[in-house]
Structure formats: structure tokens, C-alpha cells
Design a protein around this ligand. Structure first.
Ligand code: TYD
Length: 206
């Protein structure tokens, strides 16, 4: 099973993912936790280029292509081999981030970005996706409190950009209702972990 987590900045998804991975591992599942953009060295190198605060000149299609290139290498080195072994792969961000950020907020168009990603992923969609939905104002406030976390180029976008990202994630949830489960990320971390864990266990039993 390939599970992805999506959402805006400061939605708390990264913290929740770690807790959920531990719970599943305790149950005896072999779970691989990974993230995008990143994972293998080549993908991490691409990540650094994308998120570098110096790269203010980066064109939006260049950005979309780099995310897709990083994604493909991550599929080849991490996701596909683990799925083949029967492991659960949990990924912090994947395709839907490109659709919402580059397709929607950067206005390249969801379908344009999807087509480009079909080439990169050869049609690998997650089995299950959790969308951590949060009001951007609240999410960004959480980030500014979290001093350990580095501020990247995309965090520096205006609030209107983050509102667009959210709107597009919600559109995607409507487009893929079977795959995408919306989570109210303003709930407590305990509640969220419980909700996600239950949903995964239900799918695993199917
Ligand atoms: P990261 O530090 O991983 O942020 P977060 O902790 O919020 O996941 O930075 C990833 C950034 O890249 C984040 O702002 C979302 C963005 N992104 C895209 O724009 N498109 C994509 O396809 C992916 C995977 C991420």
C-alpha cells in the first residue's frame, strides 16, 4: 500500500506521520517513511535547488519539472522497490502537491501538471491520501512558532498563494473522493493520529 500525506504549510502532517508510522510498525507492518521532494541523494540534490532562497529567478515550469524529476528518482530508488517487497510506503507529499502548488497556485493548470507527471510516474497514484486541511493563516502562524523548522522559498509566498494552494487541494479531494481523505488539521494531534490510524487499518483489512 502506497499512502501519501498532503496539506499546506504548518498543517502538522509531518508530526502526525511519524506517530502513525510508529503505530503501524508496532502492529508488525513493515513501513517505510519517506518524503518529497527528497529521499535518495539525487532527489535531495534537486530538492535543494528547488527550495534554495537564492533561486528567485526560477520559472514556474522549471519548478514543476524539477519536482517531477525528483519524484521519478524517488519512485525508482525508494517507492517502487518497497512496494514490490510488499512494504507499506508512507510519503510526506507526492503528486497532489504538484497539482495544487504548481498546477493551481502557480496557474500552470492542474491537467497540464498531471500530464507531465503521468510521464514521470508512469501513472503511479497512491492507494490512499490524507489531506491535512488548515486555514493558511493558522498554518503559517504555527510555522513561525516552530523555530526549529527552516523557512524555505515556498514558505515566503504571500498568504494569497497559500489560500490558492488550499483551494486546489480541496478541489482535488472532490475529484478523487475515493483516494483522498480530508482531515481537519485544526483538531488536536492525538485526535488526528487516531483518525488517520483507523482509516489506514480499515483499508488494510479490505
Ligand atoms: P518542505 O520543507 O518539505 O515543507 P513541508 O514540511 O510543508 O512539507 O518543503 C516542501 C515545499 O515544496 C512545500 O512548500 C510544498 C512544495 N511542493 C511543491 O510545490 N510541489 C511539489 O510537488 C512538492 C512535493 C512540494
Amino acid at each position: 500500500m502506497f499512502i501519501t500525506f498532503e496539506g499546506g504549510e504548518g498543517s502538522g502532517k509531518t508530526t502526525a506521520i511519524k506517530a502513525i508510522t510508529k503505530l503501524l510498525q508496532k502492529d508488525g507492518y513493515k513501513v517505510i517513511l519517506t518524503r518529497e521532494p527528497g529521499g535518495p541523494r539525487i532527489s535531495e540534490d534537486i530538492r535543494n535547488v528547488i527550495l534554495d532562497k537564492k533561486n528567485t529567478m526560477m520559472d514556474k515550469r522549471t519548478e514543476a519539472l524539477l519536482y517531477a524529476a525528483s519524484r521519478r528518482q524517488h519512485l525508482i530508488e525508494t517507492v517502487w522497490p518497497n512496494l514490490k517487497k510488499g512494504n507499506i510506503v508512507i510519503c510526506d507529499r507526492y503528486l497532489d502537491s504538484s497539482l495544487a502548488y504548481q498546477g493551481g497556485a502557480r496557474k500552470i493548470g492542474i491537467d497540464n501538471v498531471l500530464n507531465m507527471n503521468m510521464f514521470a510516474t508512469e501513472g503511479t497514484f497512491p492507494d490512499l491520501t490524507f489531506l491535512f486541511d488548515i486555514e493558511p493563516k493558522l498554518g503559517l502562524k504555527r510555522i513561525s512558532k516552530n523555530k526549529g523548522r527552516e523557512v524555505n522559498r515556498l514558505d515566503l509566498e504571500r498568504i494569497s498563494f497559500h489560500n490558492e494552494v488550499r483551494k486546489n487541494f480541496l478541489l482535488l479531494a472532490k475529484r478523487y473522493p475515493k483516494r483522498i481523505v480530508k482531515i481537519d488539521a485544526s483538531k488536536t494531534p492525538e485526535e488526528i493520529v487516531k483518525e488517520v490510524y483507523r482509516a489506514i487499518k480499515k483499508r488494510l483489512k479490505k
